[in-house]
Design a protein around this ligand. Sequence first.
Ligand code: ISL
Length: 591
Amino acid sequence: MTGRGGSGPSGGAADRPWWSDAVVYQIYPRSFADSDGDGIGDLRGITAHLDHLSALGVDVLWLSPVYRSPQADNGYDVSDYQDVDPVFGTLADLDDLLDQVHARGLRLVMDLVVNHTSDEHAWFVDSRSAADSARRDWYIWRPPRPGTVGGTPGAEPNNWGSAFGGPAWTFDPSTGEYYLHLFTPKQPDLNWANPQVRSAVHAMMTWWLDRGVDGFRMDVINFIDKAVDLPDGSAVPGSRFGDGGPHYVNGPRLHGYLREMNERVFARSPRPCLAVGETPGVGVADAVLFTDPARHELDMVFQFEHAELDRGRQRWVHRPLDLRDLKESLGRWQRGLAETGWNSLYLSNHDQARLVSRYGDDLRFRYESATALATVLHLHRGTPYVYQGEELGMTNYPFGGIDDFQDVEAVELFREATEVQGVDPQEVLAGLRLLSRDNARTPMQWDATAHAGFSTGTPWLAVNPNHTEVNAAAQVGVPGSVFDYYRRLIALRHTEPTVAVGDFTMLLPQDTRIYALLRTLGATGVLAIANLSGETVIVPDLPERSRWAGAEVVLRNYHRAPDGPGAAADGDALRSLGPWEARVLRRRDGR
Ligand code: ISL
């Protein structure tokens, strides 16, 4: 099967970047496919399943980290950027994967985790070895707070908390100083103000581009510029830590660091690359700056606004999503990046719960809600990201107690909430069951056999018992499956330029159940409409309803028989929609 990686955008405009109509598929290697029976996914497992990805029709693969790592945060703690962790295979396996990906016309993007390294990286080992070591200043070291004794509570240089609970500082008795880690103590933050650090990162990136990779997804890249004086954060109600965010999110030197990286790495790359920033806490105005092509920083960013709408400040607290908030947020991002810049589109990844369980109805309407949500997302303007298993409608796992969770975030949040804040463990567990990152990390469900065809050994994280029904073997090539629907959605972006680059208008912004949007390009209009609720709803007045009633149905998730192009809409679809019903309509009559 051939991919489309070598072709330009189907809109025909030669000046658009190659990725402007691309769809990216995220692989979490640990949980994708295990070729050697050790219970952990690996590179050869990915290579063996490329047919699945070609059949889906995606253009770009993004691999979560496969670098050498003690795996304190499943690879987001890198101890050697220029080697593959033995658990995933070898550099030769990676070269082979890259060759096969390219042979299919696909592209491969690596994760780039350079806000921090592992504490076992040689740079940090040297840095911590002595206060005057050659690389001491490659990390962020500070003495204890004046008048305190290092290592005692409250002696930390400032009051910041780490993302997963506990202070953002760890005391190193041998040199009497603390080092900063915004994540776990095994993930010390690099000091980007040091030009040697930046040069080392640039050299490493160039090494990968020379090896053939097609770009990077940059982990928390907007955290790399810390305020010089590292001030205390303002108090946060209910927390023992201050809010350090304003002192390290989108720091003033960040744009300069990104432009420098672009000049030194991407501008000299042997091939056009994709540069995606993961940027928690970024707003629309910042995103315009990051992704304005004229500024030469990033191609697109992952923003988090919509992913935070149904959770409290404490990451395990769930609150029901109001659909109007989702539309307000995504609609504002569409408008904000309409003229300049570009959106990433996602509802799930390795840090988020399964979208069909979180936003849909995985009990009564698994197929319908998975496809309705996908319809809405994929009809926005931007680059859609499909997270492994999403294309099968994989669901959250039925977690029991805290021992079922593996993720360092879940374990630490549970400890902090129950031991430090005294919250009822059952309350925390209820939240984790719904929102924990482990939901996304259970093994990929390939078939109905033991361990879902993921591994012949015991999987590192339990396989979801619903793999007997929800699996790739039951869906690939099967009309009416979630997989088949995703394949059609992805193909639509490739064949209909209005979907890739047309203008966007949010319709019915105040409706609490219907998500409707309009895309236009020249004389073509595309309308997507979905009922994101489990009840039949009457559709309120849509602009030009009578003209849309006769439009071509290009995609629908009811009537599981294949939809032929040119199938006429029955006018009823625009008057009422069944539970989680979704349709995409097209008109070519000049709007
Ligand atoms: O995971 C989160 C919420 O559940 C986020 O707050 C997450 O910590 C944040 O998006 C940063 O994520 C990235 O960096 C982390 C790593 O654990 C995540 O897997 C990665 O995507 C540290 O490297």
